[in-house]
Ligand binder design. Sequence first.
Ligand code: PGA
Length: 251
Amino acid sequence: MSRKKIVAGNWKMNMTIDESNDLINKLKEVSENNVEIKIAPSFTNLYCAISLLENSGIEVIAQNVHSEKRGAYTGEISAEMLKSIGVNTVIIGHSERRKHFNETDTILSEKVKAAIENSLNIIFCIGEEFSERESGNHFEIIKNQLTTALMDLNNAEIKNVVIAYEPVWAIGTGMTANTNQIQEMHEFIRKLINKKFDNEISDRIRILYGGSVKPNNAKEIFSLNDVDGGLIGGASLNFADFHNIISAANG
Ligand code: PGA
């Protein structure tokens, strides 16, 4: 089964509007047809990014969404608001949200439901801490994270989800997981999806790797059987690096 690769840039809390526009104007010239390219700017840059990238083939996605429809949640953004400016995909469950903003598996499953109800596609992030891997619990952790958030979805709903496996110890550290660790975990995730859903869904679902993907390791990582692209943090802020990573996914 051939799955189209995705390269998604997670800009995190970086980029003023001028910096964002500058990078987007360079990205607009990129034309790698075999890759789905996505960028996740901060909320303040989303609307402008969407206008600049209209008809470019690059999708602008959000880094977060709140689970409630509207109301007294100062500082939060709803699914409906995102949809209203043309956002169709949101990242949910990033380890930085789990860690710094105490987003538990239960909170994340509420966010998943809100996104699905509003027809938003989801990039759902999962990943173990270093201590959990050292103690041999990494498969269990991943299974729990997946089960709580995604296993209540039906066959139609899960088709709107992309999974991103991001070992927490590899994010922003320069310490990439090795290819055996990556392939082994991606295969495990695909098997879990297969058990719960069906062959067609587990064959089609895209599983991205994230955690210190750089131009010098992207090709090797993307060539693994069960890796369908990457969620890129630091390297997505630099045009040349991000372009190289996109090219690596283009084949
Ligand atoms: P990194 O971040 O590429 O800087 O390690 C990945 C991520 O947080 O999605």
